[in-house]
Structure formats: C-alpha cells, structure tokens
Design a protein around this ligand. Structure first.
Ligand SMILES: [Zn+2]
Length: 284
C-alpha cells in the first residue's frame, strides 16, 4: 500500500532528474482524477490540500479515502498540506494522516521563519511526516495566501543552506519569480538564482505557481531539476470550465454522475499532461 511521505519520492526525483507534480484537489472528483492519472501514467504523485479544503472536507475522510484508493495501486501517493500557516490545522493534519505538511513562514523575517518552521519539523518528524518550508516570499494569490508584487522576496541563495540546516526541513519552496494564479503578459523568472540554489543544495527544491507558464519557461524550469512543481490554478480552471461546458452542452440532463465523470476525465487529462512534461511518467 504505497501511501507514503514525500521523503524518498523527492530525493529519488532529484537524483534521477525528473519532477514530481504537486496537484491541488478540492473534493472527491478531483482527488480521484489525480490518482487515476498517476495510475495510468505509472507516476509518483503528491496530492495537495489547502487549509481551506481541509477545513471544508474535515480531517478524517480524506486520508481514509486516499489510503483506500492507494491499496488498489502500486504507484507512490503522498498527501501534503499546502501553505500551512495555521499551527492548529498543521498539527491536526499530522495527527490524522497527511504524510507531509508545508509550513509557510515566508511572511516572517528570517529568524522567525526558522523558529516556527523548526517547531513544525520537530513535531512532524516524530510522526514520520515530512516537511516543506518556504524561504523568500512567493507572489500572487492562492486561497488564503495573497502577496502583492511589492512584497515578493526572491530567495537569497546565501541563506538556503543555513535555513535548511537549522530547520531540518525535507524540501524547500523557493521564490524565483513564479507566482500563484495565472500570469500577466509580463513576468520574469530568475533562472540564475534557481541555478545557484540547485548548485549548492542536494535536497529537494520545490517551485510553486507553475500553472500557465509559457512552454519555454516551463521547460527551462524543469531542466534545473527541482524535485516538485505545483499545479493548482490550472486544475481549478479546468474543473470549473468543464462543469460549465458540460451543463451548456446538456442543458436538460439531470444525471450528476455523467457530469462528474466528464469533469474527472478533463482534470485527469491535464494532470497526465503535466506528468509527461515533468518526466515523472513511468517513474513509479
Ligand atoms: Zn504555493
């Protein structure tokens, strides 16, 4: 039953130079879509839940459903709390069966970020739960995270090793110009900064805000071999758009299951596309 934490999955990805996708789910339909994509592509996968989704769905049902679905496959499946900022929610996720949590202390100064991140790693590691930290401050809007462009702080490569060492995190989300939400026409990624970070580290690096990047930028990011890249906004959009499309095309149909399967199929195809682009297909 390969319901695992992210440790080996991401270290292996870094060593073998491919990216594991972190895909945000909001309900059973999108959860099944992501797991089916992983099964069909024989790919490791990380299911991501926001604090909002966790509060909506509760702590008990999600891990129970994922564990059950994981029994039917050999692909490694992990579940992470995305952008944990509420200590109570993080503790409950660790307690109730998430295999990984993100502690986002990026709104705080360096020392304070270290302090709160270390508290979470101490607590999570005692339960075999892995931890993703964030250094720098990623821009854009995603659920309860909203960072204006003047508040964005790109990750200082000089601070990365100290942060990782003192917090004992398992993976690190870095700010190199990607942002949450879709991109405006003008955006700039700092590939040199990412290159420096990759050169000095040997642990898994995570890139957030990978929805809707230009193809050449996406491919260039992947070429640096971060271990995990997150896709959330694009999943939300395809989910809502395919709901709308189905209803428009079947205005007189009142059979929810047909609509659910259609939406699930669309989300699954998007996730499979990213698994192919990330190179994780066939790596389970
Ligand atoms: Zn994020």
């Amino acid at each position: 039953m390969p319901y695992v934490n992210t440790k080996e999955m991401l270290i292996k990805a870094r060593q073998q130079k491919y990216v594991v996708g972190g895909f945000n789910i909001v309900n059973h339909t999108s959860l099944v879509a992501v797991i089916e994509a992983a099964k069909e592509n024989n790919s490791p996968v990380i299911i991501q839940t926001s604090q909002k989704t966790v509060k909506e769905l509760g702590y008990k049902v999600l891990p129970a459903v994922i564990k059950e679905l994981a029994k039917e496959t050999d692909v490694p499946i992990a579940m992470i709390l995305d952008h944990g900022t509420d200590t109570e929610v993080i503790k409950n996720c660790v307690e109730f069966g998430w295999t990984s949590v993100m502690i986002d202390g990026s709104a705080y100064p360096f020392e304070k970020n270290i302090e709160i991140t270390k508290k979470i790693t101490d607590m999570a590691h005692s339960k075999n739960v892995t931890v993703e930290g964030e250094l720098g401050h990623i821009g854009g809007i995603e659920e309860h995270i909203s960072v204006d462009s003047d508040k964005v702080l790109l990750t200082d490569p000089e601070k990365v090793l100290e942060f990782a060492e003192r917090t004992q995190i398992d993976s690190l989300a870095v700010a190199i110009g990607t942002k949450h939400g879709f991109y405006d026409i003008k955006y700039e990624l700092d590939f040199n900064r990412l290159g420096k970070i990759m050169d000095i580290t040997d642990f898994p690096i995570v890139i957030h805000g990978c929805s809707g990047l230009a193809e050449n930028d996406l491919n260039r990011l992947i070429s640096f071999c971060p271990s995990k890249m997150n896709i959330s906004t694009e999943i939300k959009h395809i989910y809502i758009d395919s709901c709308k499309k189905y209803i428009e095309e079947h205005p007189d149909e009142y059979e929810p299951v047909k609509k659910i399967s259609y939406v699930q199929q669309q989300v699954k195809e998007l996730v499979k596309k990213y698994m192919d682009i990330f190179g994780s297909t066939g790596k389970a």
